[in-house]
Write a protein that binds this ligand. Structure first.
Ligand SMILES: [Zn+2]
Length: 233
């Protein structure tokens, strides 16, 4: 229901072009999350494996919806770019997570290059990084085709958002430990039902919070570059 409200608000605010950008994020995200889902469930041990809930929908689409609504009142091309940048960040993060988790290479922490368990936040691989670029550019191409913003602005902003996601995922986001399963995880309680203890980060900051920060980064980067670009040319 949250997704339906968000989608309707975006369509009402920006019309078919904005809706196309929403689908450029949403449809590949659904397809990629189903790809190799059984293998991913065995590897990744995080709340990302849960069915999508309202908090998750708002974390991924809330900033974009706010930009779309602000655009409806101002018709500012900077806000249109920010809207696309927010979804490009969400797409980049989703592609990186879904495809990067399937890659057989071992992820390393983006901040200290130490090995990280596959599927946990903050770990990066070459494949995952390439997938992030693919997700950002897919949304960029659709935004460009819909006349919303130049593809490269949206692509760069989406990649910047995914980078912020990895950095905050490796530092501020709560990393927890389940003493029953003897493994690291990101939820309390763990999927097994046992309480977990905090190992690193802030307990209030979970994957949804970090996703919201990433989409905000994407929106600010796209809006900022678009503003500079408009001022310069
Ligand atoms: Zn457990």
């Amino acid at each position: 229901m949250a997704a339906a409200i968000l989608g309707t608000a975006i369509f009402a605010a920006g019309g078919w072009g904005f809706a196309a950008v929403l689908f450029a994020f949403f449809l590949p995200a659904v397809a990629l999350s189903r790809l190799g889902s059984r293998r991913k469930a065995a590897i990744a041990d995080t709340d990302k494996r849960k069915a999508r809930d309202a908090r998750q929908v708002i974390a991924n689409g809330g900033i974009a919806a706010a930009c779309a609504i602000a655009y409806a009142f101002t018709r500012s091309p900077v806000l249109a770019a920010a809207f696309a940048g927010a979804f490009a960040a969400a797409a980049a993060d989703t592609w990186g997570t879904e495809l990067g988790t399937l890659a057989r290479s071992a992820p390393r922490s983006i901040v200290n290059f130490r090995a990280v368990a596959r599927g946990l936040s903050g770990g990066v691989t070459a494949w995952g990084t390439l997938a992030e670029a693919g997700g950002a550019l897919t949304v960029g191409a659709v935004a460009w085709a819909a006349g919303i913003a130049p593809w490269w602005i949206v692509g760069v902003a989406g990649f910047a958002g995914a980078l912020a996601d990895s950095i905050f995922g490796a530092t501020l986001q709560a990393l927890r430990y389940c003493s029953r399963c003897r493994r690291l995880c990101e939820t309390d309680p763990h999927l097994c039902g046992s309480a977990t203890s905090l190992v690193r980060g802030w307990s209030a900051i979970d994957n949804d919070t970090v996703n919201a920060i990433a989409t905000l980064t994407g929106a600010l980067a796209a809006g900022g570059i678009a503003a500079l670009y408009t001022a310069a040319f």
